[in-house]
Design a protein around this ligand. Structure first.
Ligand SMILES: O=c1ccn([C@@H]2O[C@H](COP(=O)(O)O)[C@@H](O)[C@H]2O)c(=O)[nH]1
Length: 242
């Protein structure tokens, strides 16, 4: 996929405030590839409202709803998102919902005149091996488990997966054609916060990620960087040095 580095950046608009989201998206228009809207803004203002606001700004929308429910319910939610039209380019659902849920989502999307790309969330980037094994009792190696979920997503007909940059090259080898979207992106100057499996933007692209989801390093950059526009410019400069 031949995209310029800036087109690979999706800014996570994690805020409950529609006006703030629109203002930031407008400031960054043309400098990034699109916007990720997720549980916070969708819970605060509603999915159709934020999608229509982002359409007005002109950005592509990555709708990160992380659907995770029984197949019938997820299929209905997928149809509802498809009805929002081409403004929504990507939609997420949790691979851990299982293959019946993933196939129901794919079948629902295929029955609609328009469908966004469906992406399966593998293992959240905020989890490390200790949490996965100790709390969730997943004792496989994280990379093996993520690749297993990516294969399942691919076999069920999903278009891509969400995974940490640490697993990107293993997914590329196992599933060469799936799109890979990576959160857990941290420039060296940004705080890790609640993320655990992180990498710099340049290292994530080098590993083979198609898209980088970047939130707080851009929306709330440290004082040494200043503001979101400068943060994006700095990230792009770092990518160009590659
Ligand atoms: O495994 C996942 C899946 C989704 N996310 C989302 O990405 C952004 C990351 O924001 P940062 O501020 O850059 O940490 C956020 O909206 C998450 O909901 C993720 O981080 N990890």
């Amino acid at each position: 996929m031949s995209l310029a580095p800036r087109e690979r950046i999706l800014v996570a608009l994690d805020t409950p405030d529609l006006d703030a989201a629109v203002a930031l998206a407008t400031r960054l228009r043309g400098q990034v590839g699109g916007y990720k809207v997720g549980l916070e803004i969708c819970s605060a203002v509603g999915v159709p409202q934020i999608v229509s606001a982002m359409t007005a700004v002109g950005g592509s929308v990555f709708l990160d709803l992380k659907l995770h429910d029984i197949p019938n319910t997820v299929a209905g939610a997928v149809r509802a998102v498809c009805n929002l039209g081409p403004a929504v380019q990507m939609l997420t659902l949790h691979c851990s919902g299982g293959s019946a849920m993933l196939r129901a989502a794919v079948n629902a999307a295929q029955s609609m005149p328009y469908r966004p790309l469906l992406l399966g969330v593998t293992v959240l980037t905020s989890l490390d091996a200790t949490a996965l094994a100790g709390e969730l009792r997943v004792t496989s190696d994280i990379t093996d488990y993520v690749v297993h979920l990516a294969r399942m997503a691919q076999d069920c007909g999903l278009d891509g997966v969400v995974a940490s940059p640490h697993e990107v090259s293993a997914i590329r080898t196992a599933c060469p054609h799936v799109r890979i979207v990576t959160p857990g992106i941290r420039p060296q100057w940004a705080a890790e916060g609640d993320q655990r499996r992180v990498m710099t933007p340049a290292a994530a692209l080098r590993a083979g990620a198609d898209y980088l989801v970047i939130g707080r390093p851009i929306t709330a950059p440290p004082a040494i960087i200043g503001d979101p526009v400068t943060a994006v410019a700095r990230i792009l400069a770092e990518l160009e040095q590659e």
